[in-house]
Design a binder for this molecule. Structure first.
Ligand code: SAM
Length: 288
């Protein structure tokens, strides 16, 4: 008898990524999704929402470094940062490493994700109690709508969301980005989880087209995510003023004295060099 336990994340009906699991630490069902935390054989603890891998302790650094430090080193003085989603806490943890950041508001719809990570994955969630982190349990779409009504402004907004299923669906819509634009300060930047450039072209096209229709500067950058299907993943970059390379200073990274496991000044620049299959498909919507 084979008693080995493996979790398989399926991408549609044609690809699977299998990870060996030793034991289940938490299993729950919220009003939004199933939430599981498991102990894996080789990737440390792993969070899954609706059976999809969100983070593993072993490689979460690549996602969290790249969603955070790329825009936070381009913006000259990010003080007020908004994270939509990001319930594991890894993005907020990286945001508050930047000394200019006075406040990081994080709006996660599912309290169960936050509580499970606080209990079982302190590696990502430990900074959620930091006084600069203002954790709000609520819908990010509604939160941004209200921010526009109240005239609240953010220097950087990071959309750290799940795939466009269930409550995350509107996070991939035009109306959401129109509101994001209005909720950003006059030199604001939005970076969003941009899906797989190889396997999820349609969703990526849609997101980049929406950014093209809402922002004067639009780019997309790649990074390696070892535990997402295919391993190649993207973040989109929409900006009112700053260009991700022309307004980037290598010295600023060096002088920060900050040490990262994935991000550095060369990786920042290289991430925007797109392979031709992406240039051909997305070039029509990218704006310098
Ligand atoms: N790194 C991850 C990935 O791409 O797989 C994302 C991690 S984070 C856990 C994503 C979070 O977005 C989930 O916990 C989910 O509950 C949250 N989320 C989805 N829709 C949301 C919404 N409308 N407002 C706020 N948070 C939302």
């Amino acid at each position: 008898m084979n008693s080995e336990l493996w979790i398989e994340e399926k991408l549609e009906d044609f690809l699977g990524l299998r990870i060996r699991v030793d034991k289940t630490l938490f299993s729950g069902k919220s009003e939004f999704q199933t939430v599981d935390v498991v102990e894996t054989r080789a990737h440390g603890k792993m969070l899954l929402n609706d059976g999809l891998i969100m983070v593993t302790e072993r490689d979460e650094f690549s996602y969290h470094d790249m969603i955070t430090h790329v825009p936070l080193f381009v913006h000259p003085n990010p003080k007020n940062v908004l994270v939509i989603g990001g319930g594991d806490g890894g993005t907020a943890r990286e945001v508050i490493r930047h000394p200019s950041v006075e406040k990081c508001t994080m709006v996660e719809i599912d309290e169960m994700v936050v509580n499970a990570c606080k209990e079982f994955i302190p590696q990502t969630s430990s900074m959620l109690n930091d006084p600069r982190v203002n954790l709000i349990i609520g819908d990010g779409v509604k939160f941004v709508e209200d921010a526009v009504k109240n005239g609240d402004k953010y220097d950087v907004i990071l959309v750290d969301s799940t795939d466009p299923i269930g409550p995350a669906q509107p996070l991939f819509g035009l109306e959401f980005y129109e509101n994001i634009y209005k909720a950003l300060s006059e030199d604001g930047i939005v970076v969003s989880q941009g899906e797989s450039p190889f396997y999820q072209e349609k969703m990526q096209n849609k997101l980049v087209e929406i950014l093209h229709d809402t922002f004067p500067k639009v780019s997309i950058y790649n990074f390696s995510n070892m535990t997402y299907p295919g391993g190649l993943w993207s973040f989109t970059f929409g900006s009112k003023k700053f260009h991700p390379l022309k307004d980037f200073s290598i010295e600023k990274v060096k002088e920060s004295g900050m040490v990262f496991d994935y991000y550095n000044e060369e990786v920042h620049q290289a991430a925007f060099a797109l392979p031709n299959f992406m240039k051909k498909r997305l070039g029509q919507w990218l704006k310098d």
